[in-house]
Design a protein around this ligand. Structure first.
Ligand code: AHR
Length: 502
């Protein structure tokens, strides 16, 4: 092992991994707890606009610049009757919602969601119910959203105020159908056939839609990765994306291992990508399927049984995870992985966007930005163009879970059109500052235009209503670049994003 304490990053803008899909910066909103009601939609709040949408939440979501939004679930979708959520609000049924044992008022449904997407400039990504729902229900929803007026469901949409088709492009074929907890759970072969038939009907309505097949609901499932192979073999030609879900935890209270999590995330992508290659070869196909990591985040503190039951209340407080500094460093690494694997991961939706395992929490009239808000913000604002394959020389450390790991976790984006290069760096050390040199090999960079950092001395530090700014991204002194080399010193437990003009 090298005893050199200095880390070095070598950048060559010709070493391109792939174009970065803007959809990597997407979100997920489910009818769960206070995500929709009291989060997005809260007519009783002084923050509500004339449509009942929370202005403060809209502003934060616009700042996060989510490119698409997955909806309405999650586990919720597998019991959802989408027709409950359209038409005059006073005629919409109140129902017992089984997945989270809550009461669903249906005051927010497909049309409200489409308006919400328009407000924040995100594309809709709708999930259809392949649990208790039928393939006919799924096809009817595509007709409602995408068919021109002149048939039953398209005319219903027009009656509800939207004459022009919405043209929803992205559709998920159910949710976590491999899980026994899922309403209407199926085995792999059963799901594969139902998804294939739903896809067929949906595409007969609109051949331009792009479909996401349900992959394993985590790499810990006993049926993984067979589930993925079986579904893909059946549906390969019909789908454009295959989903991945994963929630990270530090239940073992082992922060050094927790901070090494990108090793497990990359391994997960590599395995599912290998399944994609296998199925493509087996089916002798010329078609490609990419990955949609459409649920990802840290989730373990609010995960007890009681956190998951709404006691048949409307908008109960469920899954209101509080995020600390180490969680934010894991989130930053996840985003690094998306860039490093951008040749195969094309969609990623953080689960979720407000109140429920989310970067922000609301009270009746206020909004709190959690620690994980900041890495999301830095990436979604700064990562564009191509992702670069870097050479990183880093001092290493030992973890119980992943063995020997580099102390730095790094990714980089090069936007040739904008003449900009961005570098995202996590220092996993709990105690040591890290001297760092960045060397540009094929270009002469002009200057560092922005330098932001999220750090703190306590990995468990978090923001609260009393102390909302304890952990935020701060502008730091921009290092000078001399002879194509920038030198800086990274504090322990830190995430740094540098924007460079080339
Ligand atoms: O995001 C919370 C839940 O996690 C979703 O409803 C489900 O898909 C996953 O298990």
């Amino acid at each position: 092992m090298s005893t050199d304490k200095t880390a070095r990053i070598y950048i060559d803008t010709k070493r391109v991994i792939s174009e970065i899909s803007p959809l990597l910066f997407s979100g997920f909103a489910e009818h769960l707890g206070r995500c929709i009601y009291e989060g997005i939609y809260d007519p009783a709040s002084p923050q509500a606009d004339e449509q009942g949408l929370r202005k403060d939440v809209l502003a934060a979501l616009r700042e996060l610049n989510f490119r698409s939004m997955r909806y309405p679930g999650g586990n919720f979708v597998s019991g959802y009757r989408w027709e409950d959520g359209i038409g005059p609000k006073d005629q919409r049924p109140r129902r017992r919602e089984l997945a989270w044992q809550s009461l669903e008022s249906n005051q927010f449904g497909t049309d409200e969601f489409m308006r919400f997407c328009r407000e924040i400039g995100a594309e809709a990504m709708l999930a259809v119910n392949l649990g208790a729902g039928s393939i006919q229900d799924a096809a009817n929803l595509v007709e409602y959203c995408n068919a021109p007026p002149g048939s039953q469901y398209a005319d219903l949409r027009a009656e509800n105020g939207q004459k022009e088709p919405y043209g929803v492009k992205y559709w998920c074929l159910g949710n976590e159908m491999d899980g026994l907890w899922q309403i209407g759970h199926l085995d792999a072969a059963g799901y594969a056939v139902k998804a294939r038939e739903a896809a067929k009907m949906m595409k007969l309505h609109d051949d331009s839609i792009e479909l996401v097949l349900c992959g394993s609901s985590s790499s810990k499932m006993p049926s993984y990765p067979d589930w993925d192979r079986i579904g893909l073999e059946e549906c390969w030609e019909l789908v454009q994306y295959h989903s991945m879900h994963y929630y990270a935890d530090n239940l073992e209270k082992d922060t050094p291992s927790y901070l090494g999590l990108s090793a497990a995330l990359e391994d997960y992508v590599d395995t599912v990508a290998a399944v994609l290659r296998y199925v493509k070869a087996k089916t002798r196909s010329r078609h490609d399927v990419y990955l949609s990591w459409d649920e990802w985040n840290v989730w373990y503190k609010a995960r007890e049984e009681a956190d998951r039951r709404g006691d048949w209340k409307e908008a109960p407080h469920l899954l209101e995870e509080v995020y600390n500094l180490e969680d934010a460093l894991v989130v930053a690494q996840w985003l690094n992985v998306f860039l490093r694997k951008s040749n195969v991961v094309k969609i990623a939706c953080i689960a979720q966007i407000v109140n429920v395992i989310a970067p922000m929490l609301t009270s009746a009239d206020d909004l709190l930005k959690q620690t994980i808000y900041y890495p999301l913000l830095m990436f979604s604002q700064m990562a564009s163009g191509n992702s670069l394959d870097l050479l990183v020389e880093s001092p290493r450390y030992e973890t119980k879970k992943f063995g020997d790991m580099p102390l730095l976790d790094v990714s980089s984006a090069h936007d040739a059109g904008a003449g900009a290069n961005t570098i995202f760096i996590v220092n996993r050390s709990l105690t040591e500052r890290m001297p760092l040199e960045i060397h540009w090999q094929d270009v002469k960079p002009k200057r560092v235009t922005s330098a932001q950092q999220l750090t703190g001395s306590d990995p468990k530090a978090h923001n609260s209503w009393d102390n909302p700014k304890q952990i935020t991204a701060q502008a730091i002194y921009a290092p000078r670049i001399i002879d194509g080399v920038a030198e800086l010193s990274l504090p322990p437990l830190s995430f740094t994003a540098l924007g460079v003009e080339l």
